[in-house]
Design a protein around this ligand. Structure first.
Ligand SMILES: N[C@H](CCC[C@H](N)C(=O)O)C(=O)O
Length: 278
C-alpha cells in the first residue's frame, strides 16, 4: 500500500489516500503504522476521503487508534497533499471534518507552497459541549482541577476536539511526561482531553508544550495552539493574534473578533512517500 509521510512543526502523520488505497480498519491500521519500531512511525494517520458536503473529507486517528474530531497540523499536511499530488487545482478548498467544514488556504510564493492558513471555525466554550463535567453551559475559565494531589487552574476550549489549557511559569521545566496522562484521563473529561502547558512570554508570544489525547507528548499541536490562543484572550493574558512557540516549530494563531473564527497559519512538509506491506 502506498502512503506519504508528512510533518507540521514536527507533529508527524502517515497519510493514506482512500481514493486510491483500501483500508478495512482505520483504527487498527493507525495503531499498526504509527509504531516507530514495527511500523512507519507517526503521531497519527490522516485518511483522504470523498465528501458529499465538501470538496474532501479528512479523518484523523491517533497512535492509540482513537479517532479525533480534528487535527490542526494534520489539516495543513492534508491540504498540501491535495495540492502537491494533483487532487485539486484550487489554492483554497473545503474539508469535512469532525469539527465541521473547514477551509485551508495554501500560501504560495512564486508557485511554491510556503505554508497553509486554516480557518479553524469557531471555538466551543460551553462546558458540556467541550465536554467538561460540572459546568453545564458555563465557560470553563481559570477553574480548579486537581491532578496527583496538586491544584491547577484550567481554561477549557474545544476546536472540535477537547483542550485543557494550563498556564505555567516555566513550560520547559513543567513535568509534562509525569503528569500528562493523568490530565488526559482525568474524570472531568468524559472524552478525555488534550492538555497544553503554556508559558506567556508577552501579549503576542507564548511557549507551549502539549500532551495529546491518544498520542502522548508531541512536538506540536495545531488545535492545541488554537485553544491556547483562545484561552490567552479569555484570561486576559494575550492579544487576539499570538505566536505559539512549540517544541517542533512556531504557529501563528488569530482569534478574529468580527467572525469569531480562529485562524492558524504554519508549515506542512512532505518527509517521504513509500510502500508498506498491508
Ligand atoms: N490528539 C488529538 C488529535 C490530533 C490533534 C493535533 N495533532 C493537532 O495538530 O491538532 C485529539 O485526540 O484530539
Amino acid at each position: 500500500m502506498h502512503f506519504s509521510k508528512w510533518q507540521g512543526c514536527g507533529n508527524d502523520f502517515v497519510l493514506v489516500d482512500c481514493f486510491k488505497e483500501n483500508v478495512d480498519d482505520f483504527a487498527a491500521f493507525a495503531k499498526q503504522v504509527c509504531d516507530r519500531h514495527y511500523g512507519i512511525g507517526g503521531d497519527g494517520v490522516l485518511y483522504v476521503l470523498p465528501s458529499d458536503k465538501a470538496d474532501f473529507r479528512m479523518r484523523i486517528f491517533n497512535t492509540d487508534g482513537s479517532e479525533a474530531e480534528m487535527c490542526g497540523n494534520g489539516i495543513r499536511c492534508f491540504a498540501r497533499y491535495l495540492h502537491d499530488f494533483g487532487l485539486t487545482e484550487k489554492e483554497a478548498f473545503t474539508v469535512e471534518t469532525g469539527a465541521g467544514i473547514l477551509v485551508p488556504r495554501l500560501q504560495l510564493e512564486a508557485g511554491k507552497v510556503t505554508g497553509v492558513r486554516v480557518d479553524m471555525g469557531e471555538p466551543v466554550l460551553e462546558g458540556e459541549k467541550i465536554p467538561v463535567k460540572g459546568f453545564g453551559m458555563d465557560r470553563v475559565i481559570e477553574e480548579d482541577i486537581t491532578v496527583k494531589g496538586q491544584d491547577y487552574k484550567m481554561t477549557c476550549v474545544s476546536m472540535g476536539n477537547p483542550h485543557c489549557v494550563i498556564f505555567v511559569d516555566d513550560a520547559e521545566a513543567f513535568p509534562i511526561h509525569e503528569l500528562g496522562a493523568s490530565f488526559e484521563s482525568h474524570p472531568a473529561f468524559p472524552r478525555k482531553t488534550n492538555t497544553e502547558f503554556v508559558e506567556v512570554r508577552d501579549r503576542q508570544h507564548v511557549r507551549m508544550r502539549v500532551w495529546e489525547r491518544g498520542a502522548a507528548v508531541t512536538l506540536a499541536c495545531g488545535t492545541g495552539s488554537c485553544a491556547t490562543g483562545v484561552a490567552g484572550v479569555l484570561t486576559g493574558r494575550t492579544d487576539r493574534k499570538v505566536e505559539v512557540e512549540l517544541d517542533g516549530g512556531k504557529l501563528m494563531v488569530e482569534w478574529d473578533e468580527a467572525t469569531n473564527h480562529v485562524f492558524m497559519t504554519g508549515p506542512a512538509e512532505l518527509v517521504f512517500t513509500g510502500e508498506i506491506a498491508y
